[in-house]
Design a protein around this ligand. Structure first.
Ligand SMILES: [Ca+2]
Length: 611
């Protein structure tokens, strides 16, 4: 099916958007504002939960060893059965894969490895039939250097695309060319690359193959809106917006300073001067369709976050922060210091209290950029208990939970025996930069705990060949523990991590207290117990419900005391990772005040209204 056919079935008046960007027009792109429509009501993302697909490793439907949209189509029922309400796709667009899809060379098509637009439309329609929303990744801080805009932009200073990127003249020290400022990129070396053809440097905050777009150019912003419309016309329900708080740079691009070189320019490209204004423009487009927008915003404070997600003038619906990802490391997983529960609780506290009553939160513990959470915050020796406890630990907080593929199975980090077997550029850089005097084994151990490649091993569906991921040769190593960590085996085990995820999502979905109640943390100083309350008062009837979530991060039995005002004899245990759903129904209960290793107990208390 042609692109135009698919899109026009939903919005025939948008024909002007359908031009493919495969070859840029010779004439200047139009800056005329496209006809805007009145805002449409958004769907209720607050009561939903989402499942993130990193397609390359999700499920291979055609046997070439690479996950694809055919595989996704086959697994939609599985996703629905988890109890989630939507899917967020990491980029599925054409890309040279310098950063696995986060370097886009065509915003209006599907990567041939993953299928076609027609197949995407099938997935989208089937997902909608099942009641699942679909969010795409919008990556607009940068494109691939193979994007036609960039290829044109390199040709000189006077073509329609010349100001699409951030170009600067070199500085000279004698005869030596120097980059325009001292910024480092987050991925590799300096943030500037010299282009011979144009005789200038271009800025890349990430990899060399990811030139930053010049969002100060109104034409670029019109392109963004046009890309949004393209997918929204197709029926997509919203976007997760990649490093969205980096898109506005301080125009002078001053020199930076920092003891961590990779972020020395951060103050000048993070939360920049025109960010709100640009987000406001994109918001208008999104709201014409009632689309939801989730922004990824590294290193943002609560106060700044509230300017984007707070109140009626919000320009994003939720925000993905990074604080909860750093409980075992300093600023990046590659500077590992071991897990500290108090650090994790501090991050939870900061965002839960910071946004309470003001804004909505995106809850997550895993995504495609981080190692597996069971290894990080749980305990492999208590794999099942800790993997399931971690589910309740974050899903029952206030906000919309996101699960990353395989997280619901308790998938673990992979340990490869040579650095050459890893794909992760950051891991290779870290391996070749730090602790060079250590033994190879010791250096590899550091990579095992830190690499995001662990999130990118094929999803383990069965205990058959290649974990059921493909009938061919998988593009990346399958974790050998698929014999017992796999969906098929776990579906049959009432106490599996998979079944526990389903129970948590189901419990949340049917509880007003868990959906909308307030959040309060108890015993903040404990380094073994994480305890929090959700409380909901029915304003009309005056009844009140409290749910107390008590998580153990101890590998031995650990005692706890319920907070003042709680009497466990009046409460009901409603969820426990040591008791199956059947056991629960049969009245099996846990010992209040004692937690087995990595046990989570969830208690419900109801106060009837006084008459
Ligand atoms: Ca495939």
């Amino acid at each position: 099916m042609k692109v135009s056919n698919i899109a026009s079935s939903r919005a025939s008046n948008k024909a002007s958007n359908k031009a493919s960007n495969k070859a840029p027009d010779k004439k200047a792109p139009s800056t005329a504002k496209e006809t805007s429509r009145p805002p449409k009501k958004q769907f209720n993302f607050r009561k939903m939960s989402f499942y993130q697909i990193w397609i390359r490793s999700f499920c291979d439907g055609n046997g070439d060893g690479i996950g694809d949209l055919y595989g996704v189509y086959d697994k939609l029922e599985y996703i629905k059965a988890l109890g989630v309400d939507g899917i967020w796709f990491s980029p599925i667009y054409p890309s040279p894969n310098a950063d696995y899809g986060y370097d886009i060379s065509d915003y209006r098509d599907i990567h041939p490895d993953y299928g076609t637009l027609e197949q995407f439309k099938k997935v989208l329609d089937r997902a909608h039939e099942l009641g699942l929303k679909v969010l795409l990744d919008l990556v607009i801080n940068h494109t691939s250097d193979e994007h036609p805009w960039f290829i044109e932009s390199c040709k000189g200073k006077d073509n329609p695309y010349s100001d699409y990127y951030i170009w600067r003249d070199p500085r000279f020290k004698g005869e030596t060319k120097l980059p325009p400022n001292n910024w480092y990129s987050q991925f590799e070396g300096l943030a500037w690359e010299y282009n011979e053809q144009r005789g200038q440097y271009y800025l890349h905050v990430f990899a060399k193959k990811q030139p930053d777009l010049n969002m100060d150019n109104p034409k670029v912003r019109e392109e963004v809106k046009s890309i949004m419309r393209f997918w929204l016309d197709l029926g997509v329900d919203g976007f997760r917006e990649d490093v969205i708080n980096f898109i506005s740079k301080v125009p002078e691009l001053p020199n930076g300073w920092s003891f961590v070189p990779a972020i020395n320019g951060l103050p000048f490209y993070k939360d920049g001067p025109n960010l709100y204004k640009y987000l406001e423009e994109f918001r208008e487009t999104a709201l014409e369709y009632g689309a939801v927008q989730i922004g990824e915003a590294p290193f943002t404070s609560v106060k700044t976050a509230l300017t984007y997600i707070g109140g009626r003038r919000r320009v994003l619906d939720m925000l993905i922060q990074f604080d909860t990802m750093f409980a075992d490391c300093f600023m990046t997983e590659y500077v590992y210091h071991g897990f500290r529960l108090r650090k994790l609780k501090r991050a939870f506290r900061k965002w839960q209290y910071g946004l309470q009553g003001k804004a909505w939160f995106a809850l997550y513990l895993e995504n495609h950029d981080h190692p597996r959470v069971v290894n990080r915050y749980g305990n492999i020796r208590h794999w099942k208990a800790s993997g399931s406890m971690l589910a309740a630990c974050y899903i029952l907080q206030r906000g919309t939970p996101f699960l990353y593929q395989g997280q619901e199975l308790g998938m673990t980090n992979i340990a490869l025996n040579s650095i050459d077997k890893y794909n992760d550029v950051a891991a290779k850089n870290a391996y070749n930069t730090f602790f060079l005097r250590d033994s190879v084994e010791r250096r590899l151990e550091r990579i095992h705990v830190s690499t995001r490649d662990s999130a990118r091993t094929p999803v383990q569906w069965t205990n058959g060949p290649n974990a059921g991921f493909t009938t061919g040769k998988p593009w990346f190593y399958v974790n050998p523990n698929y014999s017992f960590v796999n969906a098929q085996t776990e579906e049959e085990d009432p106490l599996s991590i998979l079944n526990f995820y389903k129970r948590c999502l189901n419990l949340r979905k049917h509880s007003r207290t868990l959906l909308y109640g307030t959040y309060r943390e108890y015993c903040p100083l404990s380094s073994k117990i994480y305890m929090y309350e959700r409380r909901y008062t029915d304003k009309s009837g005056g009844s009140e419900e409290r749910i107390l979530v008590v998580c153990s991060f101890a590998s031995r039995e650990h005692s706890y005391r319920m907070p003042r005002g709680y009497n466990y004899k009046k409460g009901k245990l409603i969820l426990d990772n040591y008791i199956s759903e059947e056991g629960m129904k049969a009245g099996e209960t846990a010992e209040a005040g004692t937690l087995r290793p990595y046990e989570v107990q969830v208690w419900k208390f109801r106060k009837k209204p006084r008459v």
